[in-house]
Design a protein around this ligand. Structure first.
Ligand code: NAP
Length: 222
């Protein structure tokens, strides 16, 4: 691993701290940020994400190679794309109208499931970043509990997709070091299978089970 690769995790709610903890355990330097003052999360960070550095989001992003978006999608519009330019951006967000409200830009207007990928829409806004959809489809409890080192017999798989091959390689390595067999699904469009309504969303599958689920979905769409 490039030990110096620095991670900024935006979001200190449910999934952000889990990703941060797994990344610290894997040896990544990690900064964590909310939309507010890092002093507000200093104590909780010390207690639940020991080793992570609470920072202002803009500072965390500026010093990071990879930025994980672990914020609700309805807050995404608050982020300044300029700050994220030149970064690898891991989009761990999902579109949940029940909690996000209806976001017109992310609505499926075709009537068929997964005909619009939320990460493709995110990537359009972050045109200067290399967006990789990853770490979005496993619930935060399981993401932590089911993480296993490479080669463990009960290791599970996690999918990722992106248009920039170097970014995809970096995020595949991150996924692996966090504890999951990375499954590359091709370009960002291929990540639609990872989102709510897709065949692996909410599932914690072994590599063969994951590949089978994705293949069956692809066959059903032919
Ligand atoms: N929960 C899961 O199991 C899970 C698993 C995988 C993926 N996801 C996805 O991950 C995203 C976050 O889910 P969650 O359940 O962790 O949400 P959450 O518990 O509501 O936490 C959201 C966090 O994002 C922060 N935040 C909001 N706007 C921000 C901004 N502009 N800059 C920096 N931080 C900001 C919030 O802090 P402030 O409001 O104080 O800024 C809060 O710490 C969602 O899109 C969800 O679908 C969730």
């Amino acid at each position: 691993m490039r030990n110096k690769e620095r991670l900024a995790v935006l979001g200190a709610g449910h999934v952000g701290p889990v990703i941060a903890r797994l990344a610290i355990a894997a040896g990544y330097p990690v900064a964590i940020a909310t939309s507010g003052d890092p002093d507000d999360i200093a104590l909780i960070t010390e207690l639940v994400i020991p080793g992570a550095q609470p920072r202002w989001a803009s500072d965390a992003i500026a010093d990071a190679d990879t930025v994980v978006l672990a914020i609700p999608l309805h807050r995404f519009a608050e982020l300044d794309p300029g700050l994220l330019a030149g970064k690898i951006v891991v989009d761990a967000m999902n579109y949940w109208p029940a909690s996000d409200g209806v976001l017109t830009a992310f609505e499926d207007d075709s009537g068929s499931a997964n005909s619009r990928g939320s990460s493709e829409i995110v990537a359009r806004r972050l045109a200067g970043s290399a967006v990789v959809k990853a770490l979005n489809h496993i619930g935060y409890h399981e993401l932590e509990d089911r993480a296993r080192p490479a080669g463990a017999p009960d290791r599970r798989a996690a999918g990722l997709a992106g248009d920039d091959p170097a970014a995809v390689a970096a995020v595949a390595e991150l996924t692996s070091r966090l504890g999951y067999d990375p499954v590359r699904l091709g370009a960002l469009r291929g990540g639609r299978v990872l989102q709510p309504g897709g065949p692996v969303f909410g599932q914690v599958l072994t590599l063969p089970e994951f590949e089978r689920a994705v293949d069956e979905e692809a066959r059903s769409l032919r």
